[in-house]
Design a protein around this ligand. Structure first.
Ligand SMILES: Cc1ncc(COP(=O)(O)O)c(C=O)c1O
Length: 486
């Protein structure tokens, strides 16, 4: 037992007692203080000696046995395994090799996740989410399906049927989306839907139209397919509609309910021009309806897909904003001819998405908890938007907030003599997260000249306000005013 007197467990350490004990026994083997064939104390004796629970020792021994360091022999006595010194030498080699390999610069090394800083755009307030209710529905789903949700379920490659049905009903009713439940594909966030659509619909060199400024998550998806992206300026009626008859595109990505990141809605005449142009030219339209529920003074606008009778609009959405981003559940409503191919492609990425979360979400929709949650968020976010605008507008900064009827963000346009990237960097140094509008632009700097008589929409700052309490917003606004923009 003398050697085991060397063991010291630090109860104040964030490392568990079991992990400490495991690594210290390995260390005794590494330094030769324990050799192959040496006998270890019984779990009862060692636990008493170290004043820890016997289970901690039992689990430590079990782990070291399964890793090949210890051996349990006759009458459950525990010995150092013959292979242990060899294993320790190999572990040392691996450690040396790990130290020699550098983490590539773009691989994030921070662990865990952190709450966003003011005024990071597109962040829901996860404190408003009814977690207790969610957990109850989750437990109920597990109980009533008698562990059925734990199996592989390749029949659900496009999602759990109950969720697709409940979601289709919601989209038909509240967003005017024309669809049957089997056209709804559940994806891992809307980002996966964008990626799969790019793989399904695009070949290298195909022309894709994007709003500018616009959602760079979508641009990334088109880029991996080698698409030729054409950026279209955004004005007071929304994105400029291209002449699809003369210059057809394979696909056009739009955020018509609330253009990201400016917040302008696409006018009815442009919507009609777009769906008609797409029908005539055979262009696919990807409508990203990411936060339209958050319209504070009126009902949400109906979807663009609702106007489309030719089946060219692929409608995508996400639960990242309505519920919480880590859920990673989004969806695409597919025109009928795309359903089978999308399903086949998706099955190459995953058998199916997380079943337990999908069943919980189906119940969340079914019980009405979803609708109460949206109402609660809408009330809170409307108040936060007012708090932000009241504060910032009193400060006399040269920010022009033109589109304020809803959403999670407010774009403040800047006059040309200000540098938005510089203003954003200045705010960042003060601990604020306020991206420059131009950082959402894919066009080259020299292409930013006025395309028409309208003021530019790609020059300014984007403030998200939804994830922060009114008090935090007040403090954040004070900080913006104190820091200034130049
Ligand atoms: C325009 C737009 N679409 C979609 C999303 C959400 O994507 P996901 O469902 O992958 O979280 C965001 C998030 O910021 C967004 O801004």
């Amino acid at each position: 037992m003398r050697r085991f007197k060397l063991l010291f467990l630090d109860r104040g350490s964030p490392v568990s007692l079991q992990a400490q004990l495991t690594s210290q026994i390995k260390e005794l083997i590494r330094t030769g203080q324990l050799a192959a064939g040496d006998r270890l104390p019984s779990s009862r004796d060692l636990a008493a000696d170290l004043r820890i629970s016997r289970n901690t020792v039992v689990y430590t021994y079990e782990r070291l046995i399964s890793e090949g360091y210890l051996d349990s022999r006759l009458r459950s006595r525990i010995y150092v395994a013959d292979t242990a010194p060899e294993l320790q030498r190999a572990a040392r080699e691996r450690g040396r090799h790990r130290q020699a390999v550098r983490v590539p610069a773009t691989v994030p090394i921070a662990g865990g996740s952190t709450a966003p800083m003011p005024f990071r755009p597109c962040q829901p307030d996860v404190q408003l989410f009814p977690l207790a209710m969610w957990n109850r529905l989750r437990s109920r789903a597990l109980r009533t399906t008698n562990r059925g949700l734990l199996h592989y379920n390749s029949a659900a490659v496009l999602g759990l049927r109950e969720l697709r049905e409940n979601l289709a009903a919601y989209l038909r009713e509240s967003r005017g989306v024309r669809c049957e439940w089997w056209q709804v594909a559940i994806t891992s966030g809307s980002q996966q839907a964008l990626y799969l659509l790019s793989r399904l619909l695009l070949k290298p060199g195909d022309r894709v139209y994007m709003e500018d400024p616009g959602y760079q998550g979508a641009a990334k998806a088109w880029q991996v397919a080698g698409a030729d992206i054409q950026y279209l300026p955004v004005g007071s009626e929304g994105v400029t509609i291209p002449h699809l008859a003369e210059e057809p595109g394979k696909l056009m990505y739009v955020t018509p309910s609330r253009q990201f990141p400016t917040g302008v809605s696409l006018s009815l005449s442009r919507r009609l021009a777009l769906v008609n142009g797409a029908a005539d030219s055979g262009t696919w339209i990807v409508e990203d309806d990411y936060d339209s529920e958050f319209r504070y003074e009126a009902a949400p606008l109906p979807s663009l897909q609702n106007l489309d009778v030719s089946g060219r609009v692929i409608y995508i959405g996400t639960f990242s904003k309505l519920l919480f981003p880590a859920l990673r559940l989004g969806y695409a409503v597919l025109p009928v001819p795309l359903v089978e191919d999308f399903q086949a492609l998706k099955s190459t990425v995953e058998d199916h998405g997380p079943m337990i979360d999908q069943a919980t979400l189906a119940a969340f929709l079914d019980t009405g908890a979803f609708y109460s949650h949206i109402r609660r968020c809408r009330r809170a976010y409307a108040e936060r938007q007012r708090a932000f605008l009241d504060g910032i507008q009193r400060g006399g900064l040269p920010l022009d907030f033109r589109y304020t009827d809803g959403g999670m963000n407010l774009a403040g346009f800047l006059p040309p003599e200000y540098q938005d990237v510089e203003a954003s960097a200045r705010l960042r140094r003060a601990g604020l997260d306020v991206p420059a509008l131009s950082s959402y632009s894919g066009r080259a700097a020299d292409a930013h000249a006025n395309h028409n008589a309208e003021p530019r929409t790609d020059h300014g700052l984007v403030f998200g306000f939804t994830a922060f309490t009114p008090e935090r917003i007040r403090l954040g606004v004070e900080m913006v005013l104190r820091t200034g923009l130049a």
